[in-house]
Write a protein that binds this ligand. Sequence first.
Ligand SMILES: C[S@@+](CC[C@H](N)C(=O)[O-])C[C@H]1O[C@@H](n2cnc3c(N)ncnc32)[C@H](O)[C@@H]1O
Length: 324
Amino acid sequence: MHNTRPYKGFALNRDGSELADLEVNSSRVAHIPVLAGTLAEQINLPTDGVMVDATIGQGGHSFLFGRKLGPEGVLIGLDVDKDSIQRAHLKLKDLQCRVILIRGNFSQISEQLSAQHIEKVDFILADLGLCSSQLADAKMGLSFQMDSPLDMRIDERLNTTAADIVNKSDEKSLADLIYKFGQDRASRRIARFIVGLRQGRPITTTAQLAAIVCKALQRPGGKKWTRIHPATRTFQALRIAVNNELENLEKLLDVAPKLLNKSGHIAIISYHSLEDRLVKNNFKQNKKENVYSDCTKKPIVPSRQEIVENPRARSAKLRIAQKS
Ligand SMILES: C[S@@+](CC[C@H](N)C(=O)[O-])C[C@H]1O[C@@H](n2cnc3c(N)ncnc32)[C@H](O)[C@@H]1O
């Protein structure tokens, strides 16, 4: 367990950053904000600043920045998941600044801000991926570690579930998807097994799918195929597809320069190379065109100590850019 000590109703991580640890519907899953100390060092918000947390989650990062804002400051939080909005509300309700929480997709950040009559902001933060509480939420069906319905929608208003994709796609589309979003070289073999085994018995649970992928990748003598669980990449691919993750990120990156004040910052924490590549290329191109005056040359990664304390941080990459 993490080394924590109680402090004003929250718990403190060893580096002093608070843990988002709140009770919602009697479930209690802590989400530790990743690279929080580094972000706080890099971004200096004026007390009357305007910040958008495009992925508010449990409000961990927002709390750290929000408490530096005074009564004239504004913190806008977006999240597609309604439980995240509830949790963030509990965490942020006592901040001095104006807090606006909106259930919405960051791909529509412009529309969300104009609806609040906000044109420009000083800081946009997106901590991509999922909260620990979402991974632990059986109804979301995101993890192969437990058996749950094969859903994977973070926003239940979306129409297509992972089960729809797995049961309705033809073999080639399925293989392409697992290759493109999961970067799994065994994608064709996995797709063949899925299509073969779904005949007469649709795949409706995470355990069923995980078992099929394991079977597809089984090596003679029961030897392990990879260091990671064989279903990791297939699950990643389906989650990215179901939630349009890369498309949403591209939209956010495209619109961000128009929303940032001069010298304002955008910071993105990504958790897999597909996301990080989009961020890297976008920042680089915008720097070349003088839209951004500066951007992180190499991604900032968590320290060894942070990874020990929060293993979820191990794949995190932070990139920051500053508007010219
Ligand atoms: C890693 S968590 C953020 C945790 C947060 N930084 C904290 O410290 O508590 C990512 C959050 O982004 C949300 N999310 C994912 N895609 C989104 C999107 N396109 N628009 C808005 N929220 C999104 C998820 O529902 C999740 O709550």
